[in-house]
Structures are given as structure tokens and as C-alpha cells.
Design a protein around this ligand. Structure first.
Ligand SMILES: [Zn+2]
Length: 393
């Protein structure tokens, strides 16, 4: 099967592909309400002669799994999520319209990530109809619950040992990049304590808020160092740290007291060359170097996500790039960008390669005007077909 045959087939069936995406977009699927869209996709796959199944932590929130085994060999997985951000309270545009304006299709989830889901589904259906038989297995795994952390979705599937593959394409929007490197996120809660005393009494000591104030200044100075040393700029992102919330005393109820407790919350993005452990050690060093802080605070890690890292020269990554260049005839790189949550979890669960590689436009992500360019969507159907047709050789 050569590229011309793939391209001609998709061109001849482009109305079907566009209508399918519009149908997906018209089924509302905010996180927690994924069942209707999952059933619609399953019925489409059954029509094509597949046998999709649901894997559920909650019966109303399916994860859709579809296995296409053509022979013994490697497994290629297409992984995406079916849930979308809830629409705004009074959106300027009907979030479930799926309307076409010019060369774009508009709806909530067009970029994140129903265009990617639809591109993988259509690619598998079209390959089958063209008579392609994988010398191995092509799996499709579409999860619920991605936007809220994946407990009912990817994490449930991983707990069952599902979604293992030799190579996985996560169809999240990736624009001009095959995303092989992302930053991780850590959330800290730091609590300062001191004596509390009457505001009318002068004591020659620091209260908890004064200590926290010094810590906040130190964190801001530390962020400047990160900006200079470990921030890669633009779409490459990198390390940063910020104080995102603070609370002192008894929330205004005892305004005549020096506060005996003060808590700040800190968000840290860590990047290549760093680990969760090194980031925490550095933060403690920053705080301990401030006079009077050492030993006067507790630091708690509330949350730490891992980074996604892959070799940009991996042959499968290079094959993604080659397929894209053939279809789009425009440059693409293996590199960094912010990225979604499921891919990182899947990559770490099985030490699996899971680049983000899919249609969508970052600038309209999460906006009223979310859209996907039609040609980009159709191009990714061809790209996935071309990649899959070469993968088992
Ligand atoms: Zn997403």
C-alpha cells in the first residue's frame, strides 16, 4: 500500500470523515458524561466489522478498547480521551454545534481532542476497508476522565494491565512538534509556625506571617534564577516556580493577634535535567538559606507528576516525522511543548513510548471558539494510515 493510494482513498471519502467528526463533536461529553460518545464510537466500529469493548470503573463512564489483530507481531496503540472541558456559562458560540465555517470545524473538544480521536478511528476503518492487514496488532484505546486526572480512565485501564503496546501515538494536538519531552508539575504546601501574641505587644521576634513573607520573596528570587538557567522560552516552556495561594492566622477572625500559623502553596514546573527529588532539595535549600527559616516550617508535597521523555532519534519517532512530512509537506520537529496527562501516565506505567502527535490548534484550546482546521484533520487521517501501514514492515 503506497501513499498515493492512501491519499486518494481519504480524498474520496473525506465527506464521510468530516461528517463523522461533526457527529462526535455534537455529542456533549464533559468529564463524567462520556457514555453517549463512547456508545456512538462503538457502534461505528461495529459497523466496520470490529468488536469494541468497554472497560469501566464506573458503569456510566466507559473506556473504549478496540483490538485489530492481523497476525503475530508488534502492537501499535492509538490512545486518546473522549471527555472535554465543560462549556462556559454563556458561550459566544454553541459549544456542540460542530458547524463548518470556512475551512474550520467548530465545537468544544475540536482541538482537545475529538479531532485526534476521529482521525485515528477513521484511519483504522479506512485501512481495513482498503484491505490492509496488520502483521501484528493495531489497538485503539479511548479513555474517559482525562481532564480530571484519569482515575476512572487511564489509571483504571493501567490497573487492569491494559493499553500495553510497543509504540503508542497519543492523538493530542501537537502542531509543529512530535512531543517527546514535557515538563513535570509539583504542588507544595509549606506551613510556618511561631508563637502568637497580642498585636499591641511588641516582642522582638517574627510571627508566622513574617516568616512566610521572607519565604515568598525567596521563592520569587529563585524563580528568576530558574528563568535564567532552565527556561527554554516560547513553546518550549521549562522550569518555573510561583506562590499560588496563602493563608495566615484565623482568616481575619482575630485581627488583634500576630498570626501563629501561615501556609503558602507553591507550584513548581520541573524540566529536563531535574527530578522531583532534586526540585524539592533545591527548594529546601532556598528556604533554609533565608535567615530564621531553617527548622521553622514544614514542607509537604501534595502532588507530583512525572515528565515525559523519549529519544527524539528513536526510529518510531522518526517514522512519525517522515509520515507527517509526506502528507503535509511542511516541517515538523521532535521536541518540547506542554502536553496532556494520560500520555505521561501511560508512558511511565509500562516504560512505553507515547509521543503526542495529533491535529488541533493550541491558541483556541479551552476557548469558546475551539476549532480544528479541516485539512489538518484529514491530513492526520492520512498520516496515521501511512505510519500504520509502514509500522509492521
Ligand atoms: Zn487533552
Amino acid at each position: 500500500m503506497n501513499y498515493q493510494e492512501i491519499s486518494d482513498f481519504v480524498d474520496a471519502h473525506q465527506n464521510e470523515a468530516i461528517t463523522f467528526l461533526q457527529s462526535l463533536l455534537r455529542i456533549p461529553s464533559p468529564t463524567g458524561e462520556e457514555k453517549a460518545v463512547a456508545e456512538f464510537i462503538a457502534s461505528k466500529l461495529r459497523t466496520e466489522g470490529f468488536n469494541p469493548t468497554f472497560e469501566c470503573a464506573d458503569p456510566d463512564r466507559p473506556n473504549l478498547l478496540n483490538t485489530w489483530k492481523g497476525g503475530e507481531g508488534k502492537t501499535l496503540l492509538f490512545n486518546g480521551h473522549m471527555d472535554v472541558f465543560p462549556p462556559e456559562a454563556s458561550p459566544a458560540r454553541d459549544p456542540w454545534s460542530g458547524e463548518i465555517v470556512g475551512d474550520r470545524i467548530y465545537a468544544r473538544g475540536a482541538t482537545d481532542m475529538k479531532a485526534g480521536d476521529a482521525a485515528a478511528i477513521m484511519a483504522i476503518c479506512f485501512l481495513k476497508r482498503m484491505g490492509f492487514v496488520p502483521q501484528g496488532t493495531i489497538d485503539l484505546g479511548l479513555n474517559c476522565d482525562e481532564e480530571q486526572g484519569g482515575r476512572a480512565g487511564i489509571l483504571h485501564c493501567i490497573s487492569k494491565g491494559l493499553l500495553k503496546a510497543d509504540f503508542t501515538i497519543c492523538m493530542e494536538a501537537s502542531e509543529d512538534t512530535v512531543i517527546v519531552d514535557t515538563d513535570g508539575r509539583i504542588a507544595y504546601k509549606i506551613t510556618f509556625k511561631s508563637d502568637g501574641w497580642h498585636a499591641g505587644t511588641r516582642l522582638n521576634q517574627e510571627d508566622a506571617l513574617m516568616k512566610a513573607h521572607k519565604a515568598v520573596s525567596a521563592v520569587i528570587a529563585y524563580d528568576k534564577k530558574l528563568l535564567a538557567e532552565r527556561y527554554w522560552g516560547g513553546n518550549d516552556f521549562g522550569a518555573c516556580i510561583s506562590v499560588t495561594s496563602a493563608s495566615a492566622g484565623y482568616e481575619g477572625k482575630t485581627v488583634n493577634m500576630h498570626p501563629a500559623i501561615c501556609t503558602i502553596w507553591v507550584d513548581r514546573r520541573y524540566t529536563k535535567g531535574e527530578t522531583v527529588e532534586s526540585a524539592e532539595a533545591e527548594l529546601r535549600e532556598v528556604l533554609d538559606s533565608v535567615e530564621g527559616l531553617k527548622g521553622s516550617y514544614t514542607l509537604e508535597t501534595l502532588f507530583a507528576s512525572q515528565r515525559l521523555t523519549m529519544d527524539p532519534n528513536d526510529p518510531d519517532i522518526v517514522a512519525c516525522i517522515d509520515a507527517y512530512k509526506t502528507v503535509f509537506n511542511s516541517p515538523i520537529r521532535a521536541g518540547r511543548r506542554n502536553a496532556g496527562g494520560d500520555a505521561v501516565k501511560l508512558a511511565h506505567a509500562y516504560n512505553q513510548k507515547v509521543p503526542h502527535f495529533g491535529p488541533g490548534v493550541y491558541d483556541n484550546l479551552g476557548s469558546d471558539d475551539e476549532y480544528v482546521p479541516i485539512n489538518q484533520y484529514l491530513g492526520f487521517i492520512k498520516t496515521y494510515m501511512l505510519f500504520a501501514s509502514r509500522y509492521f514492515n
